[in-house]
Design a protein around this ligand. Sequence first.
Ligand code: GLV
Ligand code: MN
Ligand code: MN
Length: 409
Amino acid sequence: MSTNLRIEEGRLVSRLAELAHIGATPEGGCRRLALTDEDRQGRDWLVGQLEGLGLDVRIDAIGNIVGILKGQEDGPAVIMGSHIDTVGTGGRFDGALGVVAGVEVLAALRDAGLTPKRDMAVIAFTNEEGARFHPDMLGSYVWAGGMSVAAAHAEVDSEGVGLGGELRRIGYEGAERPGFLPAHAYLECHIEQGPILENEGGGIGAVTGIQAICWLELTLKGRPSHAGTTPMAYRKDPGLAAARINIFAHELTKTIPHQLANVGVIRVQPANVNVVPETVTMTLDLRNPDDASLAQAEAAVRSFCAELSQRDGIEIAFRDLARFPATPFAEELIAEVERSAAEFGLPVRRMISGAGHDAQMMSRLCPTAMIFIPSIGGLSHNPAEFSTDQDIVAGANVLLSTAWRVANA
Ligand code: GLV
Ligand code: MN
Ligand code: MN
């Protein structure tokens, strides 16, 4: 079904700017950690936008916000979405683009007086970032049935504050059962968050899938002692062990193809200049497009830690924070994204996503695909994250065209 449907450019850009205002940081980025007051303000704003379009707005028990446009026929919906939470030092577009572009798709249909054959919906999923509560993609994971509502509500942040209590505090524990809206297909528009599209001349990324991810928390215990009087050979220093683990993980990336490693959190206690630390808590983010290679990397880290423990007298405990396998997307939908990009005369290339996305969870339920647009300088999870208005509008138009075709097929 062909139409001349177009996203209203100015409105998309100004809606994104309005959302970016909520939790705006002096550096030009956003801080809307999941279930904080800033997240609540962002949610309130979003609900206002959805209600303003006359959509059926529902909230589920994990706080996912759903806006539904009724189609001509009953049956599963074509769902678009992403998240509006950010990391602590986030940018303006990560997640926000997918939600706001979804809103604009439904707004464009309303403006054109069009009703799709199938129901269409936009969802803002709770706690995608995993920056406050674990795992990442928690709202879509619960939606897809991978985690119970009770288990998700029992998650606590690094200060020991519970997710369920925060959801109630900000007024977003809804009545709906997560997953209540059956899905015919899921489409997510997102910034690339890496340098490839920009370096390859721009255009659209037709995302073929998401790499596997493993987040571990390691607690290292040594023996606190005086930094001036304890000879080096007598120390049990978990800070040194943490540094060795970090270097080991980085060296692994040179030997295991496509392996990535990051130590993003290191908390040292008691954190005094003249005390050999007692405890270090650190996180390790390991990713690889290949499940077996990721398993090999994790096994290597664990056996290095066992040796370190034995040799240096450091106790090391592991806890899983997140663990998701590599996720291929649906060929027929990837091809639809390519077709839409071609319709708009946009260059398009197939690519894998390095970041996790709600699409990874939704693909458990239905055919799924993603649309990437270039990130200037490849930067994301950084206040300087930026994409041009032209690319934002292009990505939203590809979402509109793809979603409309799938909703009428
Ligand atoms: C989500 O932003 C991730 O860490 O991939
Ligand atoms: Mn994101
Ligand atoms: Mn992110």
